[in-house]
Design a protein around this ligand. Structure first.
Ligand code: T4K
Length: 398
């Protein structure tokens, strides 16, 4: 515990950690296991185009997610694009503004029109009441996000989509290892799309998975992933190149062998942060949905109105301590280009705008031990307990 303000690294003390801790630092299987799988691809001289490692990854992830069809792609953004295209979505797509910009860009890139709604305070997912308010005959699909791996309001959103006869696409980029209603996420809505990006809990360097129970849709997705080519000398429809390569699948498979252990480690980190922050005034640590599987990959803090420091002041304090905390997601998509410059200007979305000002994410994964997480939590708690004094020594925040 710092005894004096000057013990904080930003005010001249030594940093809490002797190396930088990052949000998004990849957790990797032992090098030898990664190398062995990559070597197997080299030995086969089969490097991409639906290779054996990609097929193995699809099979194992499909089993794990308890979903009949699991199709690997080269990233989740293209995965969303291929899913939207394979569903023949036209016109407007209703989605939350509080998400990674890639969710919105996938829609815009296809020449569809993203229509932004606000999110629920409780789970940071698309608010069904907002969907009801904004849905029109021009709405071609609903695209909701399981943010931080917590299920969005899937039951309500499925009901709205069914009533309007439109598909529900779920951005499950964060949701590997996470469940809802006693099952893994991945089989809700019409189709779900996971990310296997390096910063994700299960990583394949770059990659994604599209999951669905609809066999005909799965077949269209497989075709579109590979230029619309079903086999030699045939082209059945328009397609793109959304194929995962064998090196990515090799990394994904090696990491999959250790993924359950990683989730346990992350749960221990979450508990250590939670214990240290229990007494911190004005701050809430995001909790999983009770009783459901959770990866704890995202450690998300929310600064409450009673907090003595602004979120950005905490981020500066942490950077000096060698903790690269992040401020996902700001600005909200509605306030990012090209959307903010659309005629009529961006809608006012109070929850999205507040969360963009008050959330921060802390490091997780193998780079940090539970003991270190506890130390970091205690430093944060100390700063908040002495927030009034700390604030007088920091540059003024807007
Ligand atoms: N939907 C949602 C809800 C998403 O969050 C995402 C992606 C997508 C869709 C699209 O999925 P993909 O098409 O990417 O499969 C990062 C990721 O690039 C992005 O995948 C992710 N969401 C997003 C939340 O985070 P940036 O712009 O924040 O990345 P960057 O370069 O600032 O890196 C993040 C942190 O990770 C840094 O602090 C450093 C650390 N890092 C990163 C990489 C790549 C490492 O330590 N090592 C690394 O190799 O977007």
């Amino acid at each position: 515990e710092p005894a004096r303000l000057e013990d904080l690294a930003l005010l001249g003390g030594p940093p809490l950690f002797d190396r930088m801790l990052y949000v998004g630092r990849p957790s990797m299987a032992p090098d030898a296991e990664v190398h062995a799988r990559i070597q197997s691809a080299l030995d086969r001289r089969w490097l991409t185009n639906d290779g054996p490692l990609v097929q193995e990854l699809e099979r194992r992830c499909g089993e794990r997610l308890q979903v009949p069809h699991c199709i690997a792609v080269n990233n989740a953004t293209l995965g969303l694009e291929v899913a939207l295209r394979a569903l023949g979505v036209q016109g407007e797509v209703l989605l939350p503004a509080f998400t990674f910009i890639g969710t919105a860009h996938a829609v815009q890139w296809l020449g569809l029109t993203p229509v932004f709604g606000d999110v629920c305070d409780a789970d940071h997912g698309l608010d069904p009441a907002e969907v009801e308010r904004r849905i029109t005959p021009a709405t071609g699909a609903i695209l909701a996000v399981h943010l931080w791996g917590r299920a969005c309001a899937v039951e309500a959103l499925e009901a709205i989509a069914r009533r309007h006869g439109i598909p529900l696409i779920l951005d499950a980029a964060h949701a590997m290892g996470c469940g809802h209603a006693g099952r893994p996420l991945g089989s809700r809505g019409t189709v779900e799309v996971f990310s296997l990006h390096a910063t994700k809990g299960l990583n394949a360097l770059e990659g994604g998975l599209i999951t669905t129970g609809d066999a005909a849709l799965a077949e269209r997705i497989r075709l579109m992933r590979n230029f619309g080519i079903p086999g030699e000398d045939q082209v059945r429809c328009v397609g793109t190149n959304a194929k995962m390569n064998e090196f990515s699948a090799a990394v994904g498979l090696a990491n999959l062998d250790h993924f359950d252990d990683l989730c346990v480690h992350n749960q221990q980190l979450h508990a250590a942060y939670g214990a240290a922050l229990a007494e911190a005034p004005g701050l809430r640590l995001m909790q999983p949905e009770p009783g459901q599987a959770f990866s704890h990959h995202y450690i998300v803090l929310e600064l409450l109105p009673t907090a003595t420091l602004h979120r950005d002041q905490l981020v500066s304090l942490l950077r000096a301590e060698n903790v690269y905390a992040r401020r996902y997601f700001r600005p909200g998509c509605h306030q990012a280009e090209p959307y903010r410059s659309r005629p009529g200007g961006p809608p006012v979305l109070p929850v999205t705008e507040r969360l963009g000002q008050t959330l921060l994410q802390l490091p997780s994964g193998l780079q940090i031990t539970p003991e270190e997480a506890h130390r970091l939590g205690r430093r944060l708690a100390w700063c908040l307990r002495h927030g009034d004094a700390v604030a007088t020594r920091l540059p003024r925040m807007a």
